[in-house]
Design a protein around this ligand. Sequence first.
Ligand code: AP5
Length: 214
Amino acid sequence: MRIVMLGPPGAGKGTQAQALSQNLGLCRVSTGDIFREEIRQGSSLGLQAKVYLEGGKLVPDEIVIEIARKRLGEDDCLRGFILDGFPRTVGQARALDISLEGKGISLDKVFDIRVSPEEVARRLGDRRSCARCGAVYHLVYNPPREPETCDLCGGKLYLRDDDRREVVLKRIAVYEEQTRPLEEYYRGRGILTEIDGEKKIEEVTAEIASLLEA
Ligand code: AP5
């Protein structure tokens, strides 16, 4: 099974991709997580990406496409994957299609998680992410058992730099301009399903699971 999670910042792509990956035993590939890890390590890729992430802009296609191509070629992705935050431009989507076609495979499903800009703002200001394992929490909707501590690994929770209000507004604008066109791209191929992302986390997970079973 090869799945793409589409949706604006804070829609719940990461939350749902993590649940799906656990339930289906498929690898989850988050380009945002890859960039944040490179930034944490201070690699040259991290230094390049930092400027874009901090400004709420997209990392250039040629960099992202190469990273995704390499990651999807790794052993744990061979039996399927869930893409979280990639593709994000029509150029990236075309490159992904070509790369999969070269292997004789294609995407099965694209879930377009829809939420309003007001809900995005509520979610991102109170999101906390684990510095060690990347698990995601929300102070109100999905709180950790202990304040500032990850339930899964005990790592410290932090507020992402790009979750500051002014950067969130920029990310929403970039989504509308550069990523929204992917809805038509995938609708035209008959693999796009819209999901109401404003329901509770478990309800969204259950809806996606039942769509996959059907
Ligand atoms: P990335 O890390 O991919 O960020 P994003 O797409 O903006 O998405 P988020 O991680 O903010 O949100 P999400 O939809 O995963 O929501 P989450 O599940 O965390 O990318 C960051 C940056 O990296 C980009 O800006 C860009 O610079 C660069 N980048 C990455 N990929 C790129 C690419 N392909 N091309 C170019 N550049 C790229 O949920 C949010 C919060 O809400 C959490 O607190 C969660 O607990 C809560 N929540 C989730 N679902 C619900 C619900 N149903 N009800 C209530 N609360 C909920």
